[in-house]
Design a binder for this molecule. Structure first.
Ligand code: RB5
Length: 160
């Protein structure tokens, strides 16, 4: 039996309803879903959800992550602070496809106030179905990792 791919999902209050829908969709597609919260529409700060999901992915405790806030922007900004994370806000299927094919995005973010449930499912399927193209895109992704390594080791970045 092949092991299920684990996807960590999280949201703030503005993404809660869509996160619930996404969670069910992923489970119905055969993924193992880890719900990192939130569990209600009580106001919650989006960086908290972003950190939880991003750390799971960064530690390889989940293969991928999905984060939802009002726009998809705040959770992406926060998640991208965690080493190894390439979070992409994809509020349409074309972005989702390229986030997978070109950027090897390991976290997808969406806006609960921007996309509806049907759009969100299509976006997820486009991202999960996309295959990283490698080649020149691999080299570019490696350059992103290099920037991250330079920053974390305190080495100076390229100027000008
Ligand atoms: C919360 O109102 C909203 O600011 C948040 O969900 C998100 O859209 C931030 O980027």
């Amino acid at each position: 039996m092949t092991e299920k791919i684990r996807i960590a999902v999280g949201s703030d209050h503005a993404g809660f309803a869509l996160k619930e829908s996404v969670r069910h969709h992923l489970a119905s597609r055969g993924y193992e879903v880890e719900d990192c919260g939130v569990h209600s529409e009580q106001p919650a700060d989006y960086p908290d959800a972003a950190e939880k999901v991003a750390v799971r992915v960064s530690r390889h405790e989940a293969e991928r992550g999905v984060l939802i806030c009002g726009t998809g922007l705040g959770v992406a900004i926060a998640a991208n602070k965690v080493p190894g994370i390439r979070a992409a806000t994809c509020n349409n299927t074309l972005l989702a496809r390229f986030a997978g094919e070109h950027n090897d995005a390991n976290i997808l973010t969406m806006g609960g106030r921007i996309v509806d449930e049907v759009q969100a499912r299509r976006i997820l399927d486009a991202w999960l179905g996309a295959k990283f193209a490698g080649g020149r895109h691999e080299e570019r992704v490696q350059k992103i990792t290099k920037i991250e390594e330079q920053v974390s080791s305190g080495r100076s970045l390229k100027q000008g």
